[in-house]
Design a protein around this ligand. Structure first.
Ligand SMILES: Nc1nc2c(c(=O)[nH]1)N[C@H]1C(S)=C(S)[C@@H](COP(=O)(O)O)O[C@H]1N2
Ligand SMILES: [Mo]
Length: 546
């Protein structure tokens, strides 16, 4: 087998370019073949996205990542979110990159002994990428072409590199390790070992550039939100005015309306889906009298309203920041459903996104008088791509995972016993009403300096969407609950700001907050983790008063 059949001289006796191909050189070959594959694939995928506007995921990296996210077992996903927070996608990307490079290196090392086995493994791994691309939602057959071409190029790089290195390593030169060197004639003008390594490294580096360029191409293409702007935002028949009495002047206090750029973002999408707004359609299907399909122009021509709604993520922990308040412009979902005619046996609407995400929303919250919207604007602007451009759902009172589908394309009227949303089989509750919550924003903890009058301003937010907040109380250590001052509440669908002038005593203290909702229900002190249906418990902050 291989080099063992060849009488060997000691490496030291050889001129440098005649040494046995070290595992490092072979590994470099494998790594270069991997980056070459990805470079070609990602570059072509970026171009394909730009040119054809496919709804699929031609990028093998994003397709494999997306498949991984969708198939991650709940415990692993919970661990990843708990450990990395919203950087979990970045960590996944880095992890995937490192894994691929390690696999490439191992394939290269395997190739020292058996180039054909190495090639087989390499192609097999590549085909996993092809399969992932083909199985992503919205994929067209052409979406697999970039990965196939990349794989072709990468395989060639692998074979060429291994062959050249083996040839250079054999004492006679020009002999691949699996072939009897006596059968081979030295190729005149073949590159030296160093030349081979340089070429391989160069190809590898080009591959990395290709990945970067491809991702950049795809990303800029995904950013467009010009179609809604060009068609013109609808003029709402009802508008929201924010009363000055709802706003706070306390430094560090959460702004009542969250600026769009600061709005939290949570979704399963590894990249922000790039929706071709001109070709976008929303279909109402399932248990309806007649299916409805509308395009953007028709949607924008309907009677829209403005509504202020605070969105909250079920993954938010007590005191956490996965909540935001915005003014949304949209067409009431109930009007759309009325057009389709909901059949009496239905009890759920399964909304579906271009990227395959689904949410199962109880029918009654979409047909009662609350502002459940097919939304096209956020804080007066077309939705940003990250928040669902061109169209998303916004439903007051429910966590986002069961209601707030971004990049929405279908509403399937159905039943809870027939369908389930994305997160239900992944360990989260089928229903997701928002739990009453309150948070201390100021002070955030640590040392605090009382004002001249001896008080410390304590301030925060509380929310119980669609029930409203009627009371917020603060407690110092184990003392009595004190009523905080509530700022104005223009709608029960938004959070409510509060503040309290604390006559602070010097020393270490723990501040605790709790809220009461519009039904008179006091926020529970029962501590619960976010899974399966939202965190609960009172938020506390430790401070040292100077
Ligand atoms: N298409 C799609 N829509 C989605 C999600 C998703 O993963 N994919 N996540 C939901 C969740 S869990 C939340 S909390 C909200 C967050 O909306 P935001 O990112 O605009 O804040 O979007 C919802 N809509
Ligand atoms: Mo969420």
């Amino acid at each position: 087998m291989g080099t063992s059949t060849v009488p060997r001289r000691t490496a030291a006796a050889l001129p440098p370019e005649r040494r046995t191909p070290g595992p490092a050189a072979a590994a470099l070959c494998g790594v270069a073949a991997t980056t070459a594959t990805l470079g070609v694939a990602e570059l072509l995928a970026g171009l394909l996205l730009r040119l054809t506007g496919t709804a699929g995921t031609p990028s093998p990296l994003l397709a494999v990542g997306g498949t991984f996210v969708d198939r991650t077992p709940p415990w692993l996903k919970d661990w990843a979110v708990a450990t990395f927070g919203t950087a979990d996608k970045l960590v996944l990307g880095v992890g995937m990159g490192v894994t691929l490079l390690v696999v490439g290196a191992l394939v290269g090392v395997l190739g020292r002994r058996s180039p054909s086995a190495a090639t087989a493994v390499f192609v097999l791994v590549g085909l996993v990428g092809v399969a992932a691309v083909a199985s992503r939602p919205g994929s067209a057959w052409t979406d697999v072409l970039p990965t196939l071409l990349g794989l072709l190029v990468g395989t060639w790089v692998l074979r060429w590199g291994l062959q050249r290195l083996a040839a250079e390593a054999a004492p006679g030169g020009g002999a691949p390790s699996e072939v009897d060197p006596s059968l081979l004639v030295e190729e005149p003008g073949a590159p030296s070992r160093r030349g081979v390594l340089r070429a391989v490294a160069g190809v590898g580096a080009l591959g990395v550039l290709g990945v970067v360029a491809g991702q950049a191409l795809a990303r800029t293409g995904r950013a467009a939100r010009d179609v809604v702007a060009a068609l013109g935002l609808p003029v709402p028949t009802r508008t929201v005015t924010v009363p000055p009495a709802a706003l706070s002047t306390v430094p560090g206090h959460t702004p009542f309306v969250t600026p769009t750029d600061d709005f939290y973002r949570i979704d399963t999408a590894l990249f922000v889906p790039r929706v071709d707004a001109a070709g976008w359609r929303l279909r109402v299907t399932g248990l309806v009298e007649r299916e409805v399909e509308i395009d953007l122009e028709e949607l924008l021509a309907q009677e829209h309203v403005e509504a202020m709604v605070t969105l909250t993520c079920v993954s938010n922990s007590v005191g956490g920041g996965l909540a935001g308040n915005a003014v949304w412009t949209g067409w009431p979902v109930r009007d759309l459903l009325a057009r389709a005619g909901v059949r009496p046996e239905a009890d759920m609407v399964l909304s579906r996104s271009v990227d395959g995400f689904t949410a199962g929303t109880p029918l009654e919250v979409l047909t009662d008088d609350r502002d459940a919207l097919v939304a096209v604007a956020m804080n007066g602007e077309p939705l940003p791509p990250e928040h669902g451009y061109p169209v998303r759902l916004v439903v007051p009172g429910l966590y986002g995972y069961v209601s707030a589908t971004k990049w929405v394309t279908e509403l399937k009227v159905t039943r809870f016993d027939a369908d389930e949303g994305y997160w239900t089989p992944r360990g989260w509750s089928e229903r997701g009403p928002i739990k009453t919550a309150s948070r201390i924003d100021v002070p955030r903890g640590g040392s605090v300096e009382p004002a001249a009058d001896g008080t410390v301003t304590v301030a925060g937010v509380a929310w119980a969407q669609h029930r409203g907040i009627t009371r917020v109380e603060v407690r110092v250590d184990d003392g009595e609950w004190a009523d905080a001052e509530l700022l104005a509440e223009p709608t029960v669908d938004a959070w409510r700001l509060w503040r309290w002038a604390w006559p602070a005593e010097p020393g270490d203290h723990v501040l605790t907050v709790r809220a009461t909702d519009g039904d008179g229900e006091v926020q529970t002190d029962r501590v619960a983790a976010p899974a399966p249906d939202g965190a609960s418990g009172w938020h506390t902050v430790r401070v040292e008063v100077a």
